[in-house]
Design a protein around this ligand. Structure first.
Ligand code: 4AD
Length: 454
């Protein structure tokens, strides 16, 4: 026998409902409210339906009964359908917990947008990584992924709070450029109205030009690297927080990086500790000061602790001064030591052209990489060459055409100053602070080798 159709009607004799976001429910116990959101999960039991409603600010258990779950309309209550539920916020039955200590006993609901049953086939526990990231727009709605996206927003808020409270100004650099900062091998190039152009690897050179304009400066922009690396911590597009400070010393640079990292974690805990700990139960502010280890001591550490490099013939051999310490070995050392490490004073030939030399040894640079256990390098920074002639020589050594950099060189011509700065990979920072296995999990739509969609 066909089921008779029913149409729900809101009871106009009830008190007017206040429209709320889920984050605010605890302020309205025993009041009639109206909440709109997505059906995160639903379960029907005879003539009752339990809906976990999600609105981006939280999750709320809603209970529908009687005609509200009439067979002719209950099929509308599919996962991810959008609905408005009106009812009274009530303490849940004993021994059940609820968001804000309350659940919503509905007296009326209305479908806003239906959801297709085929959703259940899009992603499941068998889905491989490629399938998951093809459906990233759906995957992001999950509890873990959406918490990570919110914590990413909170981290960006905390970075900005930190720099504004320390008196820095923020600039917006261009990301389409005609020069490079970190070497030419990792550039994405494109045609800019007939001229060759690149997607920027780093905004540092532009940020340096802001020092005479606004003093301590920072920017948060996308950087691009055509790196064919398929590792847990490499993206081809990443969010780069960069910082420049005039009239500082190398030691002050290290102190500023250390303070910034600790202060940002502390601020994140202050903004939403519960959410933060729900993703990383061990999240805490790291202990200061961080270990400071010269590159030369890292070589000795590797020699003494059996960390070896692979030579051209595939043989394991000891590291020697001048060898680059690859990611895997660097991480091994970092994980053995088990705390943040500033690796300092790298040989000049390993580092970018703009880095200042150490006064005590001209073959070394006043540079640093900050390594974090589990992830590795999250910050790269240095003091910059502030002397005009020295910078011209550095271009020559790297076979760079100085005419492309006249605007950068001019900083040394019109009022130079000792200065230093750094770049922090926001995605790497999040991978570390959220204890995520893979960097792609902390990015909304990650770009890496073989993925530039959706
Ligand atoms: O060490 P890098 O290459 O330094 C620079 O680009 C400097 N110009 C920054 C500066 O001093 N203003 O990059 C800085 C940071 C790294 O420590 C890392 O955290 C991140 O950027 N990074 C990447 N993150 C994800 N994927 C990649 N392929 C990355 N390459 C660098």
């Amino acid at each position: 026998k066909a089921i008779e159709q029913i149409k729900l009607v809101e009871n106009s004799s009830l008190p007017a409902a206040k429209t709320l976001k889920i984050r605010d429910v605890s302020k309205y116990p025993n009041q009639r409210v109206s909440i709109s959101g997505w059906i995160h999960h639903s379960r029907t039991q005879k003539n009752l339906a339990f809906i976990e409603l999600r609105d981006g600010t939280g999750f709320l258990q809603c209970v529908l009964a009687g005609d509200l779950v009439h067979p002719s309309i209950v099929t509308d209550l599919k996962r991810e359908a959008t609905i408005t539920i009106v009812g009274t916020l009530t303490p849940p039955p004993e021994n059940k917990s609820a968001q804000g200590g309350l659940e919503l006993l509905a007296d009326y609901w209305k479908l806003v947008g239906s959801s297709h049953a085929d959703l259940e086939g899009i992603l499941n526990t068998e889905s491989n990584v490629d399938q998951l990231f093809d459906q990233r727009h759906i995957q992001l709605r999950g509890k873990k992924a959406s918490s990570i996206m919110k914590l990413r927003s909170i981290a960006l808020q905390a970075f900005r709070q930190h720099f504004y409270s320390e008196g820095y100004y923020e600039m917006n650099p261009p990301t389409m450029v005609n020069n490079f900062c970190e070497g030419s091998t990792e550039l994405f190039s494109f045609d800019y109205f007939g001229q060759p152009a690149y997607l920027t690897q780093s905004s540092q050179l532009y940020l340096e030009t802001m020092l005479p304009v606004m003093g301590d400066s920072f920017c948060i922009a996308q950087s691009y690297r055509a790196e064919k690396a398929r590792t847990r911590r490499h993206l081809t597009e990443f969010t780069h927080l960069e910082v420049e400070c005039p009239f500082i010393t190398y030691d002050e640079l290290l102190n500023r990086i250390e303070y910034m990292v600790c202060d940002v974690v502390e601020r994140m805990l202050k903004i939403d500790k519960e959410l933060f700990l729900s993703v990383n139960p061990n999240a805490k502010v790291p202990k200061r000061p961080f270990m400071r280890m010269n590159y030369s001591d890292a070589i000795v550490y590797c020699q003494k602790n059996g960390i070896k490099r692979i030579d051209e013939n595939g043989q394991e051999v000891d590291f020697q001064h001048g060898d680059d310490i690859p990611e895997a070995q660097e991480r091994k050392m970092n994980d053995q030591i088990g705390e943040p490490i500033f690796l300092c004073r790298f040989p000049a030939e390993m580092k970018a052209f703009y880095m200042a030399r150490c006064p005590e040894d001209n073959t070394l640079t006043e540079s640093t990489d900050l390594l974090m256990p589990g992830v590795g390098e999250i910050v790269g920074g240095s003091m910059r060459i502030s002397n005009y002639d020295e910078l011209i020589k550095a271009y020559k050594r790297e076979e760079l055409d100085p005419s492309n950099y006249y605007w950068f060189t001019d900083q040394r011509k019109y009022g130079t100053t000792p200065h230093g700065g750094y770049g922090l990979g926001v995605d790497r920072f999040l991978t570390w602070v959220l204890a995520e296995e893979h960097i792609r999990n902390v990015v909304s739509y990650p770009r890496y080798l073989n993925r530039c969609s959706p």
